[in-house]
Design a protein around this ligand. Structure first.
Ligand code: GLP
Length: 243
């Protein structure tokens, strides 16, 4: 835990840089990194962009994929996760793979798109490093409470709690927030080689406590991380105050 969000974010950025460097450019496969959206990762992305400008890291041998995406938002919509990644993570588009967004190609169902995403992850050789945040209700990606801990990439109906929390990005209007999303499953997430979860602010304190100190259970999706052998939880003091 760290005293400020900036220090916590710097630790995550340093960890990402360390893993990319350790993987090295010599491998046949690229380093596959799964990334989150939301407000939590913003300082990490700023820090990574800074280190990139300073020549301390290169993303040349990195492929990025994403955890989730709203259903029904055009990619150009300011709140689509496609748009978010374009704005916040500077990497050539051919190295980026995002969950399918609307409009999906004709005759493709969300089920097919999600299955394709799973195949893509397999063909990339799996996820080396998965970075994520946590929802105030304990969700990870868009796996809402009561998601199966074995779930795979799929479409999910968003909880009212999550829609309310995210309405701040949609002019505070709940009706503007999409009702559904595509999300990587909890089972899919748990197959990543390493997971880093960043939690900032006292709004996350209860979710962090339940995830780390509660029993593993489907009502707190983040508690599934207890089943993984290689997880690092980084917080500021506010987010860890209930531990
Ligand atoms: C969003 C995203 C999650 C994110 C979480 C927390 O709805 N789907 O991937 O981790 O909620 O968001 P924030 O970082 O803005 O608090």
């Amino acid at each position: 835990t760290h005293s400020t969000p900036l220090e916590a974010s710097q630790e995550v950025a340093d960890l990402i840089i360390d893993r990319i460097k350790a993987f090295g450019p010599t491998q046949k496969k690229k380093f596959v990194m799964c990334l989150p959206t939301g407000s939590t990762p913003l300082l990490v992305y700023k820090e990574l962009a800074k280190k990139c400008r300073e020549g301390k890291i290169s993303f040349e041998h990195v492929i990025t994929i994403n955890l989730d995406e709203y259903v029904g938002l055009h990619p150009a919509h300011p709140q689509s996760y496609y748009h978010f990644m374009e704005e916040n993570f500077d990497i050539p588009p051919k190295q980026v793979h995002l969950l399918p967004f609307q409009p999906i190609p004709p005759h493709t169902t969300h089920t097919e798109s999600c299955a394709e995403y799973e195949s893509l992850i397999t063909s990339l050789g799996g996820i080396h490093l998965l970075f994520m945040g946590i929802g105030t209700n304990g969700h990870i990606a868009f796996n809402e409470p009561a998601s199966s801990l074995a779930s795979r990439t799929r479409m999910i109906k968003l909880d009212q709690d999550t829609r309310r929390a995210n309405s701040r990005f949609f002019e505070n209007s709940l009706s503007n927030v999409p009702t559904h999303a595509l999300t990587m499953g909890i089972g899919t997430i748990l197959e990543a080689q390493e997971i880093v979860l960043l939690a900032l602010g006292d709004g996350k304190a209860q979710a962090v406590k339940e995830a780390l100190q509660g029993g593993v259970n489907h009502l707190c999706p983040a508690s599934a991380l207890q089943l993984h052998e290689n997880v690092i939880i980084v917080t500021d003091n506010e987010a860890s105050k209930n531990l």
